[in-house]
Structures are given as structure tokens and as C-alpha cells.
Design a protein around this ligand. Structure first.
Ligand code: SF4
Length: 505
């Protein structure tokens, strides 16, 4: 199979950089349906631009390229051992080329392997089949949406929906709850892959596999088809909207399977997928490993641009922020303001926040903008270059953020999905704001970074290091201000009320 390595590298590259047509169609529809001028429509504008930029530059659509997960079908007689050796080689090479972020972290030591290889990474599933070709499907599902996967053991009581019983009505409630609990943290609008039944482990596996169905297909089981269309219709009345800003499209797909279960168990397993819905597949000639066919798309059809205009539509009302920021500047901001950051910022996410609890920061953070971001960086000569740099889910830093603001004087926290009550209280007390970037817009934001000025704590690995960046016109929306207001809390409350209305439809 002399072409196998290149075929798998090409599969990884295309999956990471070029969104499949069914997802493009769903996102274009979300954009058309959204009320123009709203925060959700601004978010969708950036998302569509980002999709175009990723395809044009062959850069990762989102900086979080997830846990590479392969599903391989081979004809009888094909050497699976050779394929199992080649896939990790291809993953390491794609990482070296900046198509994948180094994402494989030793769970005991916290060390990033740097090449996406490690114990049980990448994930590879094998099956035999009675066809002549090899099929390899790949899913790149990032941590933000993976963290919003949820498993229900029914009967159970759900926020705003009451009791979910062991029947389809109970399942419907679970699925609406799954969309609601994700809010903007999983980069809505999202899609659900669902398994009713099975056991805990296999149920999640089957749920994830549902995400390989195209968004426009119809479930061959009429009962499940009705459930899928009911959930689509009802979830899109919730008003979570793009990035959880409130809006008309919260869900772009709902795909459900059912599997037998134990009499004592009734699980509803949900794989929540973000808008950066990256999955592709190829058929390979078995003797050579050459690609004979792409799945999910027709390479002979030109990829049409998605955005009407490139970048963020400026209105002239944007507020330019140039860190370091003063308390007065920050207190003048209010929820809903659009800001453009031009100047310096520092990245910091899980490892940096944990470090700052016990150690002073390696740089002066007074007045700083702290960006929750784990970028894709490549070293070219002596310089680091940003290959992808969208915001990560901020809520993970909730246990630390208030202390970081209090102790070190951070004035602006940039991320996505918002933060909780403790951070909001600290922002009010000490004078700081939360700026919501557009999750997954990794190429758009990479173009907003003029230069990498330096790096600290590089031992944490590329995604977790503290990068010192110079930005220009880095667009974000104030969603938590220094006066105790939070768009996230408001949307969660409003969508919770909608959920109550949907409890008995
Ligand atoms: S789009 Fe959002 S949820 Fe999806 S992988 Fe990127 S950061 Fe994670």
C-alpha cells in the first residue's frame, strides 16, 4: 500500500481545513434565517468568513482539532496491522505541517507529546466488510463540544423539564435538555448524535457514530425520523443561537439510533458536535492505498465561498481597546458593545491558570487582556507563526479566574461561552470585563494576530503555553461587564423559560 500514508495525510488535511458540504449548507441556512444586525448574525458572519479562510489557506478551521478518531473498514485479507502503523505516522506528519494541533496529553504527567501520538491516541476503530475497497472515515471533534456530551440515565429529573421517563417522550426531553445545557460553550449551533439504550460505554460510541450521517438524511425508522424532526423544530425555538448569544438557530442536526439495553438500564447518550463539524471519509484501492473516492463531497464541484464579505462587518460603533487597560476604560464598557483590540495580549488556559494559583505570572498582567486560547503555532526559522487561534471554552477557568483578576490585575478576559457568577462578581468588584470571541473562528483570529512577541511556560506544550501576541482589530463582544451584567446568564434564564414551555408539547 505505497500510497496509504499520503492518502491518510490528505484525509486529515481536508477534514481539518475544508468543512463538508452538508455542514456548509446548514450554516448558510442559519445565516439566512438569523435577524440581521444581532450578535448572533455577527457571529455567523465571522464563522462563514472563517470557513472560507480555512479552505483558501488550507489552515485548521478551528484550532482545536480534537482527538483524531478513525473508523476503518477493510476487506477480508487486508493487513490491518499495516494500517494501524500508518495512521499514527500520518497523524504525526499532519501535526508537523500544522494541520492538527498537538493535542495528546499524558493524563498522569500532563506532558504533551507534541505529535498527537500517545497512549490510545489517535483512536482507531477497525471492522471488516464484504466490499473490495478500504474505507477510512475521520472525525475531528474538539474538546469544547466533547465536554458538552451528556448521558442521561432515565428516569431522571431535568432542569425546567421535570421528569423524563423511560419512553420516547422522556428521550425528547433529554435531547432538548442536551441542547440547552450546551449553551454557547460547545460553539452553537451544534448537532446531536444520539443513542437510545445500549450500555454507558457503547452508547456513547454509537452516539458519536450517528454524527457520520449527513445532516440532510432522513432516518429510515419512521419513529426515530419523527423524533429527530420534532427535536430539530423544538430546539430551534429555544433561542440559544450562534455562540449562545441568543438567536434563531441552535441546532443544525439531530441523528438518533436505538440499541438494545439491559432491563435495568435506560441510557440516552448524546454526542454534542459544534458548528465546526469536521468529518470526512475516503475509499482506498486496497492493493495500493490510493484514494478512489471522497465521501461526503464531490471534489469535482468547486467549493463556493460562504461569506458575502470577508471579515467582521464594521459599523463604526466599535470601541478600540489598546491594552494595558485602565479601570476607567473597562468600567465604561457594557454588555453588547463590540470591541476591537489592537495591541498586546497574553494567552492562558487550563495549565496557566492552575500555575497562577501557586506562582506569580511570568509577565506583568496589570491591565492585561488574557486570552483563553490554545493556538496552533509553527516555528519558522527563529519565529513562531500563528496557524490557528480561536478562543477556547472559558468556563473551565471558573475556579481560578476571580483570583487571577484579583491578584494580578487582569482587566479583560477573552474567551467563548462565558463564565460564572464568581467571575462576574470579581469583575464587578475589581473592574474587569469578559469579551466573547467567536468560537472556532481560528483562521479569522489568526489573521488578527500581527506577531508572536514571545512565549512563556512552553514546557506546558503549545496549546497550554503563555503566548505573548500583538493583535490588530481583534473583534469580540462584551458579554459580561464590570457592572454585574451577563448576557450568558440572561440567555440561560430566557432559554430555560422556553424549555419549560416545551416540556409538555
Ligand atoms: S468550534 Fe468550538 S467547540 Fe468546536 S472544536 Fe472549535 S472551539 Fe471546540
Amino acid at each position: 500500500m505505497q500510497f496509504l500514508l499520503n492518502s491518510v495525510i490528505e484525509l486529515i488535511t481536508q477534514t481539518s481545513t475544508n468543512l463538508p458540504p452538508d455542514v456548509r449548507t446548514a450554516m448558510a441556512a442559519a445565516d439566512v434565517n438569523e435577524t440581521q444586525g444581532t450578535q448572533a448574525s455577527q457571529a455567523l458572519g465571522i464563522i462563514l468568513s472563517n470557513i472560507d479562510m480555512a479552505q483558501q489557506d488550507e489552515g485548521p478551521i478551528c484550532q482545536d482539532t480534537g482527538m483524531p478518531t478513525f473508523f476503518v473498514h477493510t476487506p477480508v485479507g487486508v493487513n490491518q496491522i499495516a494500517i494501524r502503523k500508518t495512521i499514527p505516522e500520518a497523524v504525526a506528519e499532519a501535526t508537523r505541517r500544522g494541520k492538527l494541533r498537538p493535542n495528546s496529553v499524558d493524563s498522569l504527567t500532563g506532558k504533551n507529546s507534541g505529535d498527537n501520538l500517545g497512549i490510545e491516541t489517535p483512536v482507531i476503530h477497525f471492522d471488516q466488510w464484504e466490499q473490495d475497497d478500504i474505507e477510512i472515515k475521520l472525525m475531528l471533534k474538539g474538546g469544547g463540544c466533547e465536554n458538552k456530551n451528556i448521558q442521561y440515565s432515565v428516569p431522571c429529573n431535568l432542569d425546567h423539564l421535570g421528569r423524563a421517563d423511560r419512553n420516547l417522550e422522556g428521550v425528547r426531553k433529554c435531547l432538548l435538555h442536551a441542547v440547552w445545557q450546551a449553551q454557547g460553550q460547545g460553539c452553537a449551533p451544534g448537532a446531536l448524535g444520539v443513542c437510545i439504550g445500549s450500555d454507558r460505554a457503547h452508547g456513547y460510541d454509537l452516539a458519536k457514530q450517528q454524527l457520520f450521517r449527513t445532516l440532510d438524511d432522513v432516518n429510515p425508522d419512521p419513529v426515530l425520523a419523527k423524533l429527530e424532526s420534532d427535536v430539530m423544530e423544538q430546539a430551534n425555538k429555544l433561542g440559544v443561537g450562534a455562540m449562545g448569544f441568543g438567536g434563531k438557530t441552535s441546532l443544525i442536526g439531530c441523528k438518533v439510533t436505538a440499541a438494545n439495553r439491559l432491563p435495568a438500564s435506560f441510557f440516552v447518550s448524546v454526542a454534542y458536535e459544534c458548528w465546526a463539524f469536521r468529518r470526512l471519509g475516503v475509499r482506498l484501492d486496497a492493493p495500493s492505498g490510493a484514494i478512489t473516492k471522497w465521501l461526503y463531497r464531490d471534489p469535482s464541484r468547486k467549493v463556493e465561498p460562504m461569506a458575502a464579505a470577508s471579515g467582521f462587518p464594521l459599523t463604526g460603533r466599535e470601541i478600540v481597546l489598546t491594552p494595558p487597560l485602565t479601570e476607567e476604560q473597562v468600567r465604561a464598557l457594557k454588555v453588547g458593545d463590540v470591541v476591537l483590540i489592537t495591541g498586546e495580549m497574553y494567552t492562558g488556559r487550563d495549565a496557566v491558570h492552575a500555575y497562577l494559583m501557586k506562582n506569580p505570572p511570568p509577565v506583568d498582567l496589570h491591565g492585561a487582556a488574557l486570552y483563553h486560547c490554545g493556538p496552533v503555532m509553527l516555528k519558522e526559522g527563529d519565529e513562531w507563526k500563528v496557524k490557528a487561534a480561536g478562543p477556547t471554552t472559558s468556563i473551565r477557568e471558573e475556579p481560578y479566574q476571580a483570583d487571577v483578576i484579583r491578584k494580578y490585575g487582569v482587566r479583560a478576559v477573552i474567551g467563548k461561552g462565558g463564565m460564572g457568577a464568581k467571575t462576574l462578581a470579581a469583575m464587578k468588584e475589581y473592574g474587569a470585563v469578559y469579551l466573547n470571541g467567536i468560537g472556532g473562528a481560528a483562521q479569522y483570529y489568526a489573521r488578527s494576530i500581527e506577531k508572536v512577541l514571545g512565549v512563556n511556560l512552553i514546557d506546558f506544550g503549545i496549546p497550554e503555553a503563555m503566548w505573548h501576541l500583538r493583535a490588530r482589530n481583534f473583534a469580540a463582544i462584551v458579554t459580561m461587564d464590570a457592572h454585574g451584567n451577563s448576557l450568558h446568564a440572561d440567555v440561560e434564564k430566557e432559554t430555560g423559560e422556553k424549555l419549560e414551555e416545551l416540556a409538555t408539547v
